[in-house]
Write a protein that binds this ligand. Structure first.
Ligand SMILES: [Zn+2]
Length: 238
């Protein structure tokens, strides 16, 4: 039984390791998706700012054109002053000029504040783009790391499964059946250690007499009275 218990312990270790690898393997694609989502959100926010910048540039061009038209109108109106015949006409053109000057100056103010806004937004976009570049590089690295981890997990898993099969071949079929049965009921964990009278499977105390027997001899197979898992004593002092 000593040797069989050792095989069961080894089998449980190989299978638990395989279980952990499989869980990690399921987790990696999700982590990858998460990364992609995060990265594409950052990209989208840069796009929004770029669009804002383009819209602002367009408005500036429109205002420039309007200002130019306004200035030409003003120039032509001023020239009309030279041809006036009456004082009334003269006053009326002066008034027109005043209105046009007001409009022009208003447009100039608007252009100045647009330029200021453009300046700020251009800087912001530049900062965001740099951040995106850094993030892109890190993103690619993380993706490559996850891909290579996935690769080595496959290898490890194959190794664990092969080892498990090898061990199973050495265990008498009846005992193996018992192991599989407990494993099926107890969420993949059939063989657990005991230390200081506590079962590592259910974390309950086991009777002191059973604990003594476990320490003394490995000749009989003992199970936990609470969770029914196969027990072995593990000296955690060494
Ligand atoms: Zn237990």
């Amino acid at each position: 039984m000593t040797e069989q218990l050792a095989l069961l312990i080894e089998l449980q270790k190989a299978e638990s390791a395989a279980g952990k690898i499989q869980a990690r393997r399921r987790d990696i694609p999700l982590q990858m998706e998460e990364l992609e989502k995060e990265f594409s959100e950052l990209g989208a926010s840069v796009d929004v700012q770029r669009e804002q910048l383009e819209a602002l540039k367009k408005r500036r061009r429109e205002r420039d054109t309007q200002l130019q038209t306004g200035q030409e109108t003003l120039k032509r109106t001023r020239e009309r002053l030279l041809d006036v015949k009456t004082n009334k006409e003269y006053q009326s053109i002066l008034k027109e000029i005043e209105t046009l000057e007001g409009k022009t100056s208003h447009m100039e103010d608007e252009i100045i504040s647009l330029l200021d806004e453009l300046d700020h937004l251009e800087t912001a976009v530049k900062v965001k783009e740099e951040e995106l570049n850094v993030r892109r590089q890190r993103f690619e690295e993380q993706k490559a790391d996850l891909a290579s981890e996935l690769n080595s997990l496959e290898e490890e898993l194959t190794g664990c499964l092969r080892k498990g099969d090898e061990i199973k071949g050495k265990i008498p079929s009846e005992l193996l059946r018992k192991y599989e049965q407990i494993k099926g009921i107890r969420r993949g964990l059939a063989v657990v250690s005991v230390w200081k009278e506590v079962c590592d499977g259910c974390h309950m105390s086991i009777p002191p007499q059973l604990y003594n027997e476990l320490q003394k001899s490995k000749k009989t197979l003992h199970t936990c009275p609470n969770c029914n898992r196969i027990l072995y004593w593990e000296n955690r002092n060494g």
